[in-house]
Design a protein around this ligand. Structure first.
Ligand SMILES: Nc1ncnc2c1ncn2[C@@H]1O[C@H](COP(=O)(O)OP(=O)(O)OP(=O)(O)O)[C@@H](O)[C@H]1O
Ligand SMILES: C[C@@](O)(CCOP(=O)(O)O)CC(=O)O
Length: 205
């Protein structure tokens, strides 16, 4: 591990509308954007897809209908890219990330996890976000064949030993309580960085 490598990488996965973005945003708010950045593997994918197809990148990043209308085609387009180079979007997503902690909010395939495990073997922690189908439906989820039964949604359903599982069915207090362990781990792993930043400030450098 080099000094500039991240100290902790949380690899998040979960079904559509389980609340991956919501939970990862909350963790970042509880820590700070200086300490922890959110990386989305789908961000470089959506950016290139939007450019090639004349679509609105910002809308594709959101949680609305626009993204869902384009999801099936984006999945197929991304899979063609990944077949040639499974680490393609992972490399693009981490490019320029300088915080000591990274949260990858949308791992979907074993190849995503494998890329991070092989590049950063000591820093990775796998986190699953779960919500019932009823909760997900209240958030706008409808089963879509070709999406919800495909690798994009099911690629990590088996064969992964998650280090943490977060239930996100809407109970704020319960969610907060579940996040405490992860937040403590984050503070522990990034303590040295926080201490260095504090020393630089107090020495006026
Ligand atoms: N605990 C929560 N309390 C209130 N709203 C929530 C909670 N979790 C998620 N939501 C809301 O549900 C919707 C879906 O959540 P989010 O976008 O985080 O899911 P996701 O797993 O990232 O979905 P996708 O895979 O479709 O991007 C959002 O509008 C979000 O604000
Ligand atoms: C096309 C795709 O990247 C869309 C992901 O969108 P989101 O993470 O649900 O916002 C899914 C995939 O890569 O299989």
């Amino acid at each position: 591990m080099t000094a500039s490598d991240p100290k902790l990488i949380l690899l998040f996965s979960g079904k559509r509308k389980s609340g991956k973005d919501y939970v990862t945003d909350l963790i970042q708010k509880r820590l700070s954007p200086k300490l922890c950045c959110i990386l989305r593997l789908s961000a470089p994918l959506k950016e290139q897809y939007a450019q090639e197809h004349g679509l609105d990148f910002e809308e594709l990043l959101g949680a609305g209908k626009y993204k869902e209308q384009h999801r099936a085609e984006m999945i197929r387009w991304g899979e063609r890219r990944r077949q040639k180079d499974p680490g393609f979007f992972c490399r693009m997503a981490v490019c320029g990330a300088s915080q000591p902690m990274w949260i990858v909010s949308d791992c979907r395939r074993m190849s995503d996890l494998q890329w991070f495990w092989s590049e950063y073997p000591q820093q990775c922690v796998c986190v699953r976000v779960e919500a019932s189908e009823q909760t997900r439906a209240q958030r706008g989820w409808r089963f879509t064949a070709g999406v919800d039964d495909a690798e994009s949604e099911c690629g990590l359903d088996q064969d992964v030993d998650f280090d943490w599982t977060i239930r996100n069915d809407g109970d704020v207090t319960f969610l907060d309580r579940q996040l405490q362990g992860l937040l403590s781990l984050a503070r522990e792993r990034t303590m040295e960085h926080q201490y260095t930043q504090y020393s630089i400030k107090s020495n006026g450098q």
